[in-house]
Design a protein around this ligand. Structure first.
Ligand code: PMV
Length: 308
């Protein structure tokens, strides 16, 4: 049996603008993870089980665009395996789905690593990330590649689409409270809607993306210089720009305001938006109060995580 796990992730700055070539910062969230176990099966064939989504099926019975089937088929193709041995892939995950925590990418990365190792062909991170990226297209439409990159390397990443991975140094660790709006929001829809806005008015949208890109670069410098407190206003400014891109929601705005009211230094939605998660930067001693306030304001679940 081979088992592999991959963490969740949050985007600190730059979502959506990253699809248009601007930088984004993202970090792993290790409190939640996806795990894939690959075992020999008693009967011929490849079986996929994902109890969290009620899936138990032969690979041959799943459509080509089923993300779990696509991951497994892509690994076989990449490794030149024409007739796979009898095996079973079992996937479990504690990462909320469609919530901006990278659950799709984590599931893909965990399966790719475990399956490649089971087949005696362990893959380099670069290869794992690019295989997961192919599957991200099924989840996201036109993904930037940020999710598969952070989840594969499990390190803070300064991400620019199409460029080699760049990690960054967290000079002083800091705390983020993540609040789940409980609203499921497929990223493919918000990414598609932003594209429509961009098609209709490229100069305004490019201007907003530039502003987000500048915030992201200032945020990276603050983190590397150990001045993470400066991230607060940058986060709140990033949220206002995401509102202009129409990807916030009344619930996300409510949670952002609640966090700020409870003493967070800054807050914003994180990920595709319209639902999913928001994040708040907090002084360590304020984390419990901000977490409680988010729960009272309707967050379905709250995770406090340390970055760095
Ligand atoms: O919703 P998430 O966390 O998977 O993040 C999506 C990030 C976007 O910038 C909106 C899309 C992308 O592919 O980068």
């Amino acid at each position: 049996m081979v088992s592999s796990s991959a963490p969740g992730k949050i985007i600190l700055f730059g979502e959506h603008a990253v699809v248009y070539g601007r930088p984004a910062l993202a970090v792993p969230v290790t409190q939640v993870q996806a795990t894939a176990k690959v075992t020999e099966a008693p009967r011929p064939g490849v079986r996929i089980e994902a109890p969290d989504i009620g899936l138990s099926s032969e690979l041959s019975g799943l459509a080509p665009d089923h993300p779990l089937a696509a991951v497994v088929r892509n690994v076989f193709a990449a490794l030149g395996v024409d007739s796979p041995p009898a095996l079973m892939v079992r996937v479990t995950s504690t990462i909320p789905v469609a919530a901006g925590l990278g659950s799709g990418a984590a599931v893909s990365v965990a399966i790719i690593r475990a399956l490649a190792e089971f087949l005696d062909h362990p893959l380099a991170n670069e290869h794992i990330s690019s295989l997961a990226f192919e599957v991200e297209k099924l989840y996201h439409g036109t993904p930037s590649g940020i999710d598969n990159t952070v989840v594969t390397y499990a390190r803070p990443v300064y991400f620019v689409k199409g460029q080699p991975i760049e990690t960054f140094r967290v000079a002083r660790p800091f705390q983020i409270v993540i609040g789940d709006s409980g609203q499921s929001a497929p990223t493919i829809e918000s990414v598609g809607d932003v594209r429509e806005l961009w098609e209709a008015d490229k100069s305004t949208l490019e201007g907003l993306f530039d502003e987000i890109g500048k915030l992201t670069d200032r945020a990276r410098a603050s983190i590397e210089n150990g001045k993470w407190e400066m991230l607060g206003p940058l986060m709140t400014a990033n949220h206002a720009l995401l509102q202009k891109l129409t990807v916030s929601s009344p619930k996300l705005d409510l949670l952002v305001d609640a966090a700020l009211g409870a003493g967070a230094l800054g807050a914003k939605l994180s990920g595709g938006g319209r639902g999913g998660n928001m994040i708040a930067l907090v002084m360590e001693e304020d984390a419990p109060k901000v977490a409680e306030t988010l729960k009272s304001a309707g967050a379905q679940r709250v995770i406090t995580t340390q970055v760095g």
